[in-house]
Design a binder for this molecule. Structure first.
Ligand code: TRP
Length: 333
């Protein structure tokens, strides 16, 4: 992750689709970083992308539940609603209205070339590709630009969307007046590639993930089932022994050590010993996060207040930006 030298000069926007609970891959890939940046004084906006979630499923089932689970994960991880703004797309009309002028600034050919969208279409469970699938990156530009965020912490797959956001900001400024939008830059997280318990990428949809919400026993069960190899000597070798190495990395992240140090502490004791170390490390690391999560989960009214207040703040910011955009575009009537 790049360093941020003067935190108070930046505004960060990032977000997630509400598709289920967040897992350790999310935590070490981005959540932990968001909280770190918030804690050094960067202004943080987090969008719960409840319109974007419609790109890859026909029905948004239990959306309210998913949104609340996300808020719980954020709060448990340390996002502080007194300082950070957590909001949903659907509650901020002026953000959504930016989509229309922004759409006019990009060509259909450009939208069709987006490699992340192409990949998502290839893996989509929708029977037909919706218009939203092609245009959601432009909507994502509205997420980022409505609050004039200048930094966007994302993973590699989001870089095409960020490039498009920069293009839209530049074209808007060129066409309608300099300086309305900043050209935000990506804060590329060195997201450690955590594998799921089946040895493929940890992912909500593959059922191979350890969620923040999982109990200690469930975590132990999941790790016990995790794929490893038969070599007794435990060594960190991500290319040659990806499953063992991912477990070592996970323990190392939790213990604040290097994977090689963790491997040395296990030596020739084999996979069972490795799994024991990983289970203890994960459960110990997550214990305070899980305790906070359970506490917040008991107070649904508080969750709704967090969202209501976040949405109000986001609406005020979006209204101001839309007013500027309308003025720049001569929509003065
Ligand atoms: N597209 C992102 C994802 O799938 C979620 C998202 C929506 C986002 N709006 C954003 C990320 C704005 C960063 C900035 O994970």
């Amino acid at each position: 992750m790049d360093t941020v030298t003067d935190p108070t000069r930046h505004r960060i926007l990032t977000g997630d689709r509400p598709t289920g609970r967040l897992h350790l891959g999310h935590y070490f890939g981005t959540l932990q970083n968001r909280v770190r940046l918030q804690d050094i004084g960067v202004e943080l906006y987090v969008v719960i992308a409840d319109y974007q979630v419609l790109t890859d499923r026909d029905v948004a089932d239990d959306l309210t539940g998913h949104v609340e689970e996300l808020v719980l994960d954020y709060l448990a991880a340390g996002v502080d609603p007194a300082r950070a703004t957590i909001f949903t797309h659907s509650a901020v009309p002026a953000l959504n209205q930016l989509l229309l002028p922004f759409l006019s600034l990009v060509s259909v050919a450009e939208l069709g070339r987006n490699p992340t969208v192409k990949d998502e279409i290839a893996h989509s469970r929708q029977s037909a590709v919706s218009g939203l699938m092609f245009t959601y990156p432009v909507h994502q530009a509205a997420d980022i630009l409505f609050c004039k965020a200048d930094l966007v912490p994302v993973g590699q797959d989001q870089l095409p969307h960020l490039e498009l956001t920069r293009t839209i900001a530049r074209r808007f400024n060129d066409r309608y007046g300099a300086g309305v939008f900043p050209e935000p830059r990506a804060l590329l997280s060195k997201a450690p590639l955590l594998l799921g318990t089946d040895g493929t990428k940890m992912s909500k949809s593959r059922g191979n993930a350890i969620t923040l919400a999982a109990g200690a026993d469930e975590t132990a069960r999941l790790i016990k089932r995790a794929k490893t190899d038969t070599e007794r000597h435990i060594m960190y070798d991500p290319d040659g022994r990806p499953e063992v190495s991912s477990l070592l990395l996970l323990a190392a992240l939790c213990l604040d050590r290097t994977p090689a140090q963790v491997a040395d502490s296990i030596g020739a004791a084999g996979s069972a010993a490795l799994k024991k170390v990983v289970t203890e490390a994960v459960n110990e690391y997550l214990a305070p996060i899980r305790a906070r999560r359970a506490e917040y989960a008991r107070d649904r009214a508080h969750l709704r207040t967090v969202l209501r207040e976040g949405n109000e703040r986001a609406r005020a910011v979006a209204d101001t930006t839309l007013a500027e955009v309308r003025a720049a575009m001569n929509n003065n009537y």
